[in-house]
Design a protein around this ligand. Structure first.
Ligand code: PEP
Ligand code: MG
Length: 368
């Protein structure tokens, strides 16, 4: 038992010693963060905050989305902020001294709204006796209903249309970081904006975020620096990365959405209906959602990395789509010169090994 553990540790240590790519983990709670750290993760590359709004808090989010007055909206945000702050305190503690990339909320809206059909049936069956509150809710849900929620009101768009939403999250991040710092910890927050396609979107959010960070620093007397960066997960973002880098200290490639939007394949359906035929035709050997498609999606990643570096030579580059834990894709990330890959905690050891092997392989081919 122990000898094996020591041997594995030695191999992993060797791989880490060779690797240029760092390995981080995708984690949304302190338990996963701690587990990832035990597996050797050197930070969190993606904390998906929308997961923190499910369960009991769903009702508050529903209130927020459906709020008709500023007061209703403010009340919902004020109820959410302390909960959100506590989420971050635990994660910073588990990842003390290591970077934690927190992505501002990116839910497809339908996940938070009551089901339209269910609500319609309820109101229809009750006919004249329908609860006026249900009627109002139905009207609002109907208004917000989308045929393509994955291409709809999510990511940065949500932050741009719901005043105060992103500010609430940035405030929670800054207050949590200040609290950890006061307790002697070393929090390293990085704030990430999802689904950006144009630099102007990022500029608007950045301005708001910087204001909140300055406010919290003044209120608490603790100034914890936070990087602000963006996901690159739309073809337009990759193609205009040179402009986007003006407003971003880091890029993280969201290759799940980038694959979906580059191929036009739905990541939710994983296209079972025709993938088999595509495999037969040799269009790909494995699903492009599993192994990064070098020629299409990969080409966009290369373009974005180059353009981003041209604008900002020290820009930090990572990947946090599922590909971050796939061996073949890890090699690609090394070739492109990314700084880190981020994957689910259980895939961290494999990613570490591959990050080390990628260097050895690249050296071998240089010598040939
Ligand atoms: C992605 O799109 O690759 C990503 C990491 O974000 P999410 O999977 O949460 O959309
Ligand atoms: Mg995404």
């Amino acid at each position: 038992g122990d000898e094996l553990v020591t041997a594995v540790d030695r191999i992993m240590g060797h791989a880490d010693g060779q690797a240029r790519l760092r390995v981080r983990a995708n984690a949304d709670n302190p338990e996963d963060a701690a587990r990832a750290r035990r597996f050797g993760a050197r930070g969190i590359g993606l904390c998906r905050t929308e997961h923190m709004f499910l369960g009991d808090r769903r009702r508050l989010v529903e209130k927020l989305v459906l709020a008709e007055t500023d007061d209703e909206r403010r009340a919902a945000l004020e109820a959410l902020e302390p909960l959100q702050k506590q989420d971050f305190v635990g994660i910073f503690e588990a990842m003390d001294g290591l970077p934690v990339t927190i992505r501002l909320i990116d839910p497809p809206l339908h996940e938070f709204l009551p089901d339209l059909t269910e609500l319609s049936v309820r109101v229809a069956l009750a006919a004249d006796d329908a609860d006026p509150k249900d009627r109002k809710l139905l009207e609002a849900v109907h208004r917000l209903h989308e045929q393509n929620p994955m291409l709809g009101l999510r990511g940065v768009r949500l932050g741009l249309v719901i005043p105060g939403l992103f500010s609430m999250q940035v405030r929670a991040i800054a207050e949590a970081a200040a609290e950890r710092r006061r307790a002697g910890g070393d929090p390293r927050p990085e704030i990430m904006i999802p689904l950006v396609g144009a630099v102007q979107e990022l500029e608007a959010v950045r301005e708001e975020a910087e204001r909140v960070l300055a406010d919290v620093a003044a209120e608490t007397g603790v100034d914890v620096p936070a990087l602000i960066g963006t996901m690159i997960e739309l073809p337009r973002a990759a193609l205009t990365a040179g402009q986007i880098a003006e407003a971003a200290e880091f890029f993280s490639f969201g290759t799940n959405d980038l694959t979906q939007t580059t191929w036009g394949f739905s990541r939710d359906d994983v296209e079972a209906a025709f993938f088999g035929r595509y495999l037969e035709l040799g269009i790909f050997g494995v699903s492009p959602f599993e192994t990064l498609d070098r020629e299409g999606v990969g080409r966009l990643v290369r373009i974005a990395a180059e353009e981003g570096r041209r604008t900002r030579p020290d820009i930090k580059l990572g990947i946090c789509g599922e590909h971050g834990g796939d061996p073949e894709s890890v090699h690609f990330c090394h070739e492109v010169g990314l700084d880190y890959v981020s994957c689910s905690p259980f895939r961290v050891p494999v990613a570490r090994l591959e990050a080390g092997r990628a260097v050895i392989e690249a050296d071998g081919s240089d010598n040939r």
